[in-house]
Design a protein around this ligand. Structure first.
Ligand code: NAI
Ligand code: 15L
Length: 267
């Protein structure tokens, strides 16, 4: 059965704009929210501007919602003062509002940066302990813990997607392993929304790439089956980036360039 009302936060962002036309096929009404300007509501859409750190706005936003795609927030490494309201207070507000409004399931856009300090030679399952590579990765680790707590305490289910690099095409060597195509992102979200029982499950968001650092076997019950691969871009990417220095942390670690960003000066 199609979801009646599906909420997408971060609707004005890169992935939000990719998902807007795609998710309309999977629900009766798509409610779209962001701080940034969004296109006006089309048929079957509701556009509700709101800040994640505004608890009252979140309570109203979640009214009448059946499931949530929580994609809003700071999406790159930033000073803690910037990450805190959007990603930590914001995630809490979304979960608490979801609990109070009786929402059944959330798909949380987590990130590979939760485990960014593992080396590229290691293969991780979703059970790997977090090794966040910055304040951004820490905020996503908090979001995953929040999801686990709201399931254990309140039965609110979540699939946390540790998304790799969801871009139109892979553009560097790291992305040959971390790339997630837009079509596979849609497949992953549809699986996360429709699997009968998920509790709190974590899935690495990657396509069926030849080289990979992640093994989703413990979350196979989610039923995600990627169909795309970074392989058709390998020759082009390797030719454009012939030499990489493996002694550099940004080459050695799964989080790539994020592991050396900051520290930031205090404002
Ligand atoms: P984005 O930065 O383009 O979009 C995020 C959206 O959230 C923006 O439109 C922004 O206005 C909104 N936002 C930020 N702070 C807000 C606040 N306080 N209140 C309300 N809205 C706020 O990021 P993108 O690439 O679309 O990513 C979407 C989600 O997926 C993010 O949570 C990101 O962390 C996650 N993700 C994305 C990956 C990728 O490869 N694109 C990889 C891993 C995770
Ligand atoms: C992320 O979490 C970011 O949101 C995105 O901009 C990409 O840089 C991605 O990770 C990545 O690791 O490639």
């Amino acid at each position: 059965p199609r979801i009646k009302r599906l909420l997408l936060t971060g609707a004005a962002g890169n992935l939000g704009r990719v998902l807007r036309p795609r998710m309309k096929r999977h629900c009766e009404t798509l409610r779209l929210s962001d701080l940034a300007p969004m296109d006006p509501a089309g048929e079957g859409e509701e556009v509700v501007p709101a800040a994640l750190e505004d608890a009252a706005a979140m309570l109203a936003l979640l009214d009448g919602v059946d499931a949530v795609l929580h994609f809003g927030g700071v999406s790159i490494e930033k000073p803690f003062e910037t990450v805190l309201p959007a990603n930590i207070v914001g995630a809490y507000n979304v979960y608490e509002a979801a609990r109070r409004q009786g929402v059944k399931r959330i798909v949380f856009a987590s990130s590979n940066h939760v485990t960014g300090f593992y080396s590229q030679g290691e293969t991780l399952t979703p059970r790997a302990a977090p090794r966040p590579d910055g304040f951004y990765g820490l905020s996503k680790a908090f979001g995953e813990d929040l999801a686990q707590f709201y399931f254990d305490r309140h039965g609110l289910e979540t699939v946390s997607l540790r998304i790799g690099s969801c871009w139109p095409v892979p553009t560097d060597r790291r992305m040959l392993s971390s790339w997630l195509s837009y079509d596979d992102l849609e497949r992953l979200i549809v699986a996360a929304l429709s699997a009968p029982v998920v509790g709190h499950s974590i899935v690495y968001g990657m396509s069926a790439n030849r080289s990979t650092w992640w093994d989703n076997t413990p979350s196979s019950h989610v039923g995600y089956r990627p169909e795309d691969s970074s392989e058709p871009w390998r020759a082009e990417v390797e030719a454009a980036q012939p030499h990489v220095d493996p002694s550099r942390p940004e080459v050695r670690c799964q989080g790539g360039g994020f592991v050396v960003l900051g520290p930031f000066p205090f404002a």
